[in-house]
Design a binder for this molecule. Structure first.
Ligand code: PLP
Length: 384
């Protein structure tokens, strides 16, 4: 038996593999500090946990409609409407197994074979794999040296085959938060060239003082009409293992995503839907506490990296730093640099090539302050 061509083009997730390797080393007794993880190191809010337990105990854990429970779709519509200042109907909302799930459904339903889709480098590794699996072509657009969008390069990358783009602000892996002028400029290009936008807003709630989140959908009804928002519970509510996410799309696309789910995966997990419903649209105290802690960690990590000689932009959101290691590669590739760092200092970080940049490493600061301090010490020793 042989897998097909499409399958052979599909790489595994490099970040998940690396995180698994770091975990295996730790289990084998190595004092590993892993900055490879992309998940909050916090408990889900108590309200979500309680609702999940009650749902299980009720004995009524059953199928729901493929697009999710009507009450949850309505709650998500109200929440997205309030946080993006736009009208949203429940019919525009499709609940899925995760942000990754609704994202891949949306791309599979939007892309025709050969369509070009813009990715703003550095970008999360799953976008390219998902675009190529949908038989599209990912077109990587380089950023400015400060890792912000380069509009000259974006204009130059748009051609007759360009049909859409994946936008992600705050950005994994840089923490860059696109400002209002940048969102306006990208939306204007989308309108001028009739492009769709898939807006991955999973880190929306994790934006720190001095930065502000902007969704392209907030700009005008015509931009909203060409945009699919994908979001979920993983980062905002530290609910990664619950696997629950949602898309908000123009109704024909929402219907298509629902049809796809109805045939391919069925309804999302009932327990996780109930857990999300318990917190969506509320602001559980755990969310602000986690947000404040991430900001405090960022404020230790960034000066710490600079003090050991690494150039790094200040991330305005998410929980990643993306310093340049170009001056420290000494003839090695960034993958070799990361392997040596893991081998010599038991510190796991992700090579920037995973996100389209051979000069950077990604450090997640979703780990305890003491581990961040230990990581800085190990990295400092390694660079010496
Ligand atoms: N989008 C981005 C940019 C991410 O970094 C991640 C997770 O790392 C996801 C989506 C996946 O979210 P979920 O856990 O809901 O699939």
């Amino acid at each position: 038996m042989q897998e097909n061509q499409r399958s052979r083009r599909l790489p595994g997730s490099a970040t998940l593999e690396l995180a698994a390797r770091a975990k295996a080393l730790a289990l084998a007794g190595r004092p590993v500090v892993s900055m490879a993880v992309g998940e909050p190191d916090f408990q889900a809010p108590a309200a979500a946990r309680k609702a999940a337990v009650e749902a299980i105990e009720s004995g009524q854990v059953r199928y729901t409609p493929a697009a999710g429970m009507p009450s949850l779709r309505a709650a998500i519509a109200r929440h997205v409407s309030a946080t993006r200042q736009i009208p949203v109907e429940p019919a525009q909302v499709v609940v899925g197994h995760s942000c990754k799930h609704v994202l891949s459904n949306a791309l599979l339903l939007l892309i025709e074979p050969g369509d070009e889709v813009l990715l703003f480098s550095p970008a999360w590794n799953s976008y390219e794999a998902q675009i190529e699996f949908a038989e599209g072509k990912a077109v990587w657009v380089p950023s400015l040296p400060n890792l912000r969008p380069d509009f000259e390069a974006i204009r130059a990358a748009i051609g007759p085959k360009t049909k859409g783009m994946v936008l992600n602000t705050p950005t994994n892996p840089t923490g860059c938060v696109w400002n209002r002028a940048e969102i306006e400029a990208i939306a204007a290009l989308a309108e001028e060239h009739d492009l769709w936008i898939v807006s991955d807003e999973i880190y929306r709630r994790l934006v720190y003082h001095g930065s502000e989140f902007h969704s392209p959908t907030s700009l005008s009804p015509s931009v909203a009409a060409r945009t699919v928002i994908v979001d979920g519970a993983s980062k905002t509510y530290a609910m990664t293992g619950y696997r629950i996410g949602f898309a908000v799309a123009p109704i024909p696309i929402a219907d298509a995503i629902e049809r796809m789910s109805s045939q391919m995966t069925g309804c999302p997990n009932y327990v996780s839907q109930v857990a999300l419903q318990a917190v969506i649209g509320t602001e559980p105290p755990e969310v602000e506490a986690m947000h404040a802690e991430f900001e405090a960690r960022r404020d230790v990590l960034i000066p710490g990296l600079r003090s050991i000689g690494l150039a790094v932009e200040e991330p305005g959101g998410a929980f990643y730093a993306f310093p340049s290691v170009r001056e420290h590669l000494q003839g090695r590739t960034v993958e070799e640099f990361c392997s040596a760092l893991l081998e010599e200092q038991s510190l796991a970080v992700v090579p920037g090539t995973t996100f389209g940049s051979p000069d950077h490493i990604r450090l997640s600061y979703a780990l305890a302050m003491a581990d961040i301090e230990s990581a800085l010490e190990r990295l400092g020793k390694f660079l010496k």
